[in-house]
Ligand binder design. Structure first.
Ligand code: NAD
Length: 459
């Protein structure tokens, strides 16, 4: 099949490379000329495991090419995917200006029947408007269909997620468009949900909002655990074995971030308001998430003092999650800004996101370290802000040696508590009791019993 993918960001670039790897001929289009030049030169503008190899392989085999010209990109395409960004605007709604712009340009350059597919996350009614815009700008001369095909990939494992998706959702009022999309996805073994446009649009938002709800739920349980001296990791483990609940997205921490959850939850809430419905549960999910970082910073100031002048704090993690260089809506950066605002000197490290973070945080009171130990050197406290697997591998004894202080604040509950405590650290996490609390609560034997299970569960 001949395809065009408009917008070569996290979704579009991964989508274009995976579609081409399935044997389709794909043209990727972006207005960002620098990005297109970089991709053509084999220099990926984003970090995603396996992406570079896939793009280079398919460029070499002449199934994948890139251009800044939408006209050229869609000329031969049977299916055109819109994968441009839909960030949050000032009102909480999705900013659809890039979608409208692309729809207009598609309309102006439509040269034959095509299925126009929105992969960007867009609110109810967007695809109907896309259809109108294309009709208006193409003067009704050429036939086309519109479909919604929301994307569910996760940054950090996006190539694998697209290749082995749990399900494919496709919405359209055209049986022909749905047949063409089914053919494109024919070799995937997962279920296909074919439906109307509006249901497809809601499925994407409802899925992300549900996952965000799970995170805020376990974060509330963590706050309760903090007060009650219980251990949220064990609580989550006990809950997660129940197949109706599942263990995914039940990890307490400093809150969700990223380019999707915050804006999608806000957009669904806004859509509900537009439909005269007060989605109270979502209001709670957003409030809990917003407060989570403040609870964490409060824990730090309770131990180090409200005025952090003269304190050196090492922060591990800048990306919004592990295995990505994406810092959009990263809670790690929010925490760092709060600590800096309180006077702390920061020593920060991230395996992939440092360059992106420099653009946001600048150089004031921040040293960008070359690894975890470098960040920890001379620090009074160490904070874990992103759940990178390699932070778990840091040796407690070595950390203790290079640090000035002996406190670890684990905002992602990933570190080996026992090893840190044995090495002489005081360890605080989210919803897991500190050593003194465990002792006074009679949890003496908990340490050994829980550690193995915990380590398994946190993987
Ligand atoms: N990132 C994710 O994990 C993820 C997962 C599922 C769905 N989504 C959704 O997919 C959409 C894209 O997200 P992303 O993370 O890939 O965004 P992104 O910002 O990484 O990429 C968007 C790309 O679109 C390009 N663009 C903007 N206007 C354009 C235009 N007029 N013509 C051509 N290109 C244009 C930008 O230059 C950019 O390269 C969003 O709606 C997002 O919510 C994202």
């Amino acid at each position: 099949m001949k395809l065009c993918v408009i917008g070569t960001g996290y979704v579009g670039l991964v989508g274009a490379s995976v579609f081409s790897d399935w044997g389709n001929t794909v043209v990727g289009v972006d207005i960002d000329a620098k990005k297109i030049e970089r991709i053509k030169a084999g220099d990926m503008p984003i970090y995603e495991p396996g992406l570079s190899e896939l793009v280079l392989k398919n460029i070499k085999e002449k199934r994948l090419s890139f251009t800044t010209s939408l006209k050229e990109g869609i000329a031969d395409a049977e299916v055109v995917f819109i994968c441009v960004g839909t960030p949050q605007d000032d009102t909480g709604a999705a900013d659809l200006s890039a979608v409208w712009q692309v729809a207009e340009e598609i309309g102006r350059n439509l040269n034959g029947y095509k299925v126009i597919v929105t992969k960007s996350t867009v609110p109810i009614g967007t695809n109907e408007r896309v259809k109108e815009i294309i009709k208006e700008t193409s003067n009704g001369k050429v036939t086309f269909d519109v479909a919604s095909n929301p994307e569910f990939l996760r940054e950090g494992s996006s190539v694998e997620d697209m290749m082995k998706t749990d399900r494919t959702v496709m919405g359209s009022d055209s049986p022909k468009a749905l047949e063409i999309l089914k053919e494109l996805y024919t070799h995937l073994n997962s279920p296909i949900v074919a439906c109307d446009l509006r249901s497809a649009e809601i499925i994407k938002y409802a899925s992300n909002a549900f996952l965000a709800t799970k995170i805020s739920f376990i974060n509330e349980i963590a706050l309760l655990c903090d007060r009650a001296g219980a251990d949220v990791s064990v609580v989550a483990e006990g809950m997660g074995y129940d197949k109706r609940i599942g263990k995914a997205f039940l990890k307490a921490g400093i809150g969700y971030g990223g380019s999707c959850f915050p804006k999608d939850v806000a957009a669904l809430f806004r859509t509900s308001t537009d439909q005269a419905y007060d989605f109270r549960l979502l209001r709670g999910v957003m409030e809990v998430n917003e407060k989570q970082k403040y609870h964490f910073v409060k824990k730090i100031t309770e131990k180090l003092g409200k005025n952090l002048n003269g304190k050196v704090i090492a922060c591990l993690g800048l990306a919004f999650k592990d295995n990505t260089d994406d810092i959009r809506e990263s809670v790690a950066l929010e925490v760092i800004k709060l600590l800096r605002g309180l006077g702390a000197q920061l020593r920060v490290f991230d395996p992939q996101a440092t360059e992106n973070a420099k653009g946001v945080l600048g150089d004031l009171d921040i040293y960008y370290a070359k690894d975890g130990y470098d960040a920890a050197t001379g620090a009074d406290a160490l904070c874990i802000l992103t759940e990178w697997g390699e932070f778990r591998e840091l040796e407690a004894k070595k950390l203790k040696k290079v640090m000035r202080g002996d406190i670890v604040f684990d905002g992602r509950n990933i570190m080996n508590r026992d090893q840190l405590e044995v090495a002489g650290f005081t360890y605080f996490s989210v919803g897991r009791p500190a050593y003194a609390v465990r002792q006074s609560n009679g949890h003496k034997s908990l340490k050994n019993r829980v550690t193995g299970a915990l380590l398994n569960f946190s993987k």
